[in-house]
Design a protein around this ligand. Sequence first.
Ligand SMILES: C[S@@+](CC[C@H](N)C(=O)[O-])C[C@H]1O[C@@H](n2cnc3c(N)ncnc32)[C@H](O)[C@@H]1O
Length: 215
Amino acid sequence: MDDFWDQNSESWIQVVRDQGIPSRAITSPALVETLVQQSARRILDVGCGEGWLAPAIRARLPQSDYLGIDGSPGLIRAAQAAYPEFRFTVLNYAALVSSSTQLEAEPFDAVVFNFSLFERDIENVLTAVKRELRKSSGRLVIQTLPPAHNISELRQEDFKTMSAPFHGKMDWYHLTRADWIKKLEHAGFTLESEQTPQHPETQAELSWILVARTT
Ligand SMILES: C[S@@+](CC[C@H](N)C(=O)[O-])C[C@H]1O[C@@H](n2cnc3c(N)ncnc32)[C@H](O)[C@@H]1O
């Protein structure tokens, strides 16, 4: 999956930085606010993309310490170039899963996935990031698409509605709420709170933000 992102890194950077996804005007501040409410100091941004969250969170939590990881070398290069005062590392989820050591000596207060958890076997990724969280006070924060209504299913996204050209398709699993919760529990997390940011005029649900603690 990270190949798709590296191949399309230039277009993704352009779309995000030119505000080419209108719903992000709502969903990005909603995520930042969730982290502010957690008073998270050490933040691990998993699948950080071109790195927008680093300065956004620093603006609200000046004492925060951020590490962004992503499987795409192109996106990490762009993140590091745009935000040199923050730390970014190339790391794909498979490497995270197969490693048995923590990324850094000090654990994180929050592990964040912002539209970056699309695999079928998310339990393995979630189990791996649990190791990175501070015991009992650490929180997992996931922003994703609103859950599927009836059944969980494989979908494909070609990003053809975007203002920049994308090549190939991204597979992703649209899970029901029940399946999300089952997978969280299987990985050792309990859902603590959730919200569904909405479009201010149409009230359409734009995303789903979950906050989970370790069980
Ligand atoms: C939709 S983008 C979101 C990027 C960023 N979180 C944001 O909010 O703009 C999904 C990101 O997840 C990363 N990603 C997806 N699957 C991955 C994997 N298996 N290993 C590492 N990174 C992955 C991609 O490289 C991409 O940067």
